[in-house]
Design a protein around this ligand. Structure first.
Ligand SMILES: Cc1cc2nc3c(=O)[nH]c(=O)nc-3n(C[C@H](O)[C@H](O)[C@H](O)COP(=O)(O)OP(=O)(O)OC[C@H]3O[C@@H](n4cnc5c(N)ncnc54)[C@H](O)[C@@H]3O)c2cc1C
Length: 337
């Protein structure tokens, strides 16, 4: 049976996979990457497929889907292999009395995928807790141990790993804390849900439950029965601009080291695309999530071409309104919009 990216990604779209390899341990991952070094086939590394959109033509080379499950706790340091499911790591660390990752509960994907776009939610970024990571340099054929300052974090959702096939993350070490209280909760909606003041703390398990409840409400926890979750999370990235066009002056804005970060959700909504928009557009297979304006969703039977046309329609509408061109937050492979 032919395996397709529709089988391997959370948006459930994309064509056939040339050759699929799923190494089960970090040792196996490294052996495989060394072997494939001289291979002429193009290589695509992936984890949970939750931030990846592949074209209908698929990928004719080799796909390495991280399936390594090694997980080690040494005092406050936790090292997880790239293939460990992210939320399994969060749940395990909390069960072991370690705090830090609780606000990152419920995010799909793999441990190795999180540094790629410096995953973040509810006031915490991967980089806040990162101690070090192992990286295989495919150009040099070397395995290296990196400190966070080599990763190129800084501007919103950026890192040296994003849009590069040179480096493969093979494991990640987080420095957490032992304790019974979370770090101070700065995210207003989360503090309100927990019934605490902004800057207050709560039991880490309660923070996890509150985050999961908020995420479920926004359809940001995967559920195979709910098409609102057949997505890559945010398809569009919050734009970072040096100068905000006058027409977008009302848009909520935040500091970014490269300028001003604007809310893509606000721009989309105020360009006339409310959550749920799209079911009567095109052939009805793609729409914005009914609960999240940034999430382009597959309503069943969508192709990558359908998704790209729809995303371009939203992008063009926003540009016509605000003179700002939205880019994708997810990785587009063999497709563009
Ligand atoms: C419902 C939903 C909610 C989401 N919520 C959030 C959120 O709150 N915050 C957030 O930041 N993101 C969110 N996301 C996006 C996504 O879950 C994260 O970006 C996740 O970390 C991607 O991991 P993955 O293993 O699925 O990566 P994949 O989708 O498999 O790959 C994404 C990219 O990373 C590369 N990659 C993957 N693994 C490695 C590796 N080991 N080494 C080098 N490169 C690699 C791939 O080549 C590809 O370019 C959400 C997605 C969904 C579907």
């Amino acid at each position: 049976m032919t395996i397709t990216f529709a089988d391997l990604t959370t948006m459930r779209i994309g064509g056939p996979v040339g050759r699929l390899l799923a190494p089960q341990s970090t040792k196996h991952v490294i052996e495989l990457l060394c072997e494939l070094g001289g291979d002429e086939d193009p290589l695509l590394v992936m984890g949970g497929g939750s931030n990846l959109v592949v074209g209908d033509i698929g990928w004719h080379g080799t796909v390495v889907k991280m399936a390594s499950t090694d997980l080690e706790i040494d005092g406050d340091l936790v090292t997880a292999a790239a293939g460990v499911e992210w939320d399994h790591l969060v749940h395990t660390t909390l069960s072991e009395g370690l705090t830090g990752l609780e606000t990152l509960s419920g995010i799909p994907g793999s441990v190795g995928g999180t540094p790629v776009q410096n995953v973040g939610a509810y006031g915490t970024l991967t980089s806040d807790l990162l101690d070090s990571l192992s990286v295989y340099d495919r150009e040099a054929g070397l395995l290296e141990r990196w400190a966070p300052d080599r990763c190129g974090f800084g501007s919103h959702r950026q890192s040296v790993f994003k849009h590069s096939d040179r480096w493969v993350v093979t494991d990640v070490t987080f420095r957490l804390k032992r304790g019974t209280q979370s770090k101070p909760i700065e995210y207003a909606l989360l503090a309100e849900t927990l019934g605490i003041d902004i800057g207050g703390t709560a039991a880490p398990a309660d923070v996890r439950e509150a985050v999961l409840a908020l995420r479920r409400d926004r359809r940001m926890v995967l559920d195979p029965r709910d098409h609102d979750t057949w997505s890559v999370g945010s398809f569009f990235i919050n734009p970072v601009l040096e100068e905000v066009p006058a027409r977008a002056a009302q848009c909520p804005s935040y500091y970014d080291i490269k300028g001003v970060k604007l809310s893509a959700a606000w721009l989309i909504h105020n360009a006339g695309f409310a959550p749920g928009y799209g079911l009567d557009w095109g052939n009805g297979t793609v729409a914005l999530s009914s609960r999240h304006a940034l999430a382009v969703t597959n309503r069943g039977g969508a192709t990558t071409s359908d998704v790209m046309k729809f995303a371009a329609h939203i992008r063009d509408g926003v540009e016509a309104c605000f003179d700002i061109r939205l880019g994708p937050e997810c990785d587009l492979v063999n497709c563009s919009y």
